[in-house]
Write a protein that binds this ligand. Structure first.
Ligand code: OSB
Ligand code: MG
Length: 368
């Protein structure tokens, strides 16, 4: 496949509800959409670096710079039959995994389309449907939280995750458990705690949570290994896992018993699959995290979650949970049974609405 033209679109889309976490409140999603044109086909990808460096050091600006000045020049006008040949060229670039993943995902879509297979099939996924969950931001009151949880359960979601921070943790979890003693429930702290908060974290053991996600430092593995020894609830790492190497370190140290795989955070689908395979060998369940993606990134997450060891419901919700209107057709929907269908047509399996994409675009550049 000759890479003839690449377009970058920096987009800004309003969320239907503000999303509050221990890192701050998001009102908009700012990502970069990558479009590759090659031999009459189009490959789409999404870079999940955000407008601010609060979850990751990468931002839309840093990703744009790395894409424009390093990643795109390394592949433009070249001819590739497989992804590994392309992404090997990026090895000298340290970090910037979201930028790499954005471009890699567009290559996956392009190559899948050239082979006439779905992304899921190309990744080796077998599931036709996946179980999905929802990630709920910190709410202003307990009654609002309970209303949200109830609403999402009614829509079918199989698992609820709530964002927590010190002071907004035990009480909301207790309130949910009182009304919904049996649901699959988990919490995400986005690094809001210190190991000195041990007693507070320990109190969460009472509530039969599936897992506690990333309570300690955003780059830490060692302190999490100390914490895991003190609590019963499995820890799950998100921010700290950037690669298969980090995964091996975390599992060998028993720093977590579950891994959240986000393709953007680990540099793409190829690395995500390596992590998935390693975890499967080690009996560590994985689930697919989310970055409030548009339908383009969501399609990749859905395909990834069709792999065998994605045994826990992911943060993969319906398009309408995030946006009034998504930039893909059809939008992603969740059935009453809490599942989402894995697209089975070529590549990402959804069509991008170019007009809507342009409507949400705040900056565009074409590379030839
Ligand atoms: O920590 O999992 C996280 C969104 C943006 C950044 C970090 C996280 C999240 C979410 C949302 O929890 C998951 C989703 O896309 O629904
Ligand atoms: Mg998280």
């Amino acid at each position: 496949m000759k890479i003839e033209r690449i377009e970058l679109y920096s987009i800004k889309m309003e969320l239907t509800h503000p999303f509050k976490t221990s890192m701050g409140t998001d009102y908009f999603v700012e990502h970069i959409i990558v479009k590759i044109n090659s031999e009459g086909l189009v490959g789409w990808g999404e870079c999940v670096a955000e407008g601010n460096p609060f979850y990751s050091y990468e931002t839309v600006e840093t990703a744009w710079h790395i894409l424009k000045d390093f990643l795109i020049p390394s592949i433009i006008k070249k001819d590739f039959e497989d992804i590994q040949t392309a992404i090997k060229l990026w090895n000298p670039i340290r970090g910037h995994r979201m930028a790499k993943a954005g471009l890699e995902s567009a290559l996956w879509d392009l190559i899948a389309k050239s082979k006439n297979i779905s992304l899921s099939e190309m990744m080796g996924g077998k599931r036709k449907k996946i179980e999905v969950g929802v990630s709920i931001g910190i709410q202003n009151s307990e009654s609002e939280l309970l209303k949200k949880v109830e609403g999402y359960l009614k829509e079918g979601y199989k698992r609820i995750k709530i964002k927590i921070e010190p002071g907004q943790d035990i009480q909301p979890v207790k309130a949910i458990r009182k009304v919904f003693p049996e649901i699959k429930l988990q919490v995400d702290a986005n690094s809001a705690y210190k190991i000195s908060n041990l007693n507070r974290i320990k109190k969460l053991d009472e509530f039969n949570l599936l897992l506690i996600e990333q309570p300690l430092g955003y780059d830490d593995i060692f302190q999490h290994s100390k914490l895991q020894k003190e609590i019963i609830t499995p820890l799950c790492l998100d921010e700290s896992i950037h690669s298969l190497d980090d995964t091996i370190t975390a599992i060998e140290l028993d720093a977590c018993r579950v891994i959240n795989i986000k393709p953007g955070r680990v540099g793409g689908f190829s690395e995500s699959i390596r992590i998935h395979n390693y975890c499967m060998k080690k009996n560590i369940p994985v689930w697919c995290g989310g970055m409030l993606e548009t339908g383009i990134g969501r399609a990749g997450n859905v395909a990834l979650a069709s792999l065998k060891n994605f045994t826990l419901p992911g943060d993969i919700s319906a398009s309408k949970r995030y946006f009034n209107i998504d930039i893909v057709e059809p939008e992603f929907i969740v059935g009453k049974d809490g599942t989402m269908e894995v697209p089975n047509t070529n590549g990402i399996g959804v069509e991008v609405n170019q007009k809507l994409l342009e409507k949400f675009t705040v900056r565009k550049e074409t590379f030839r």
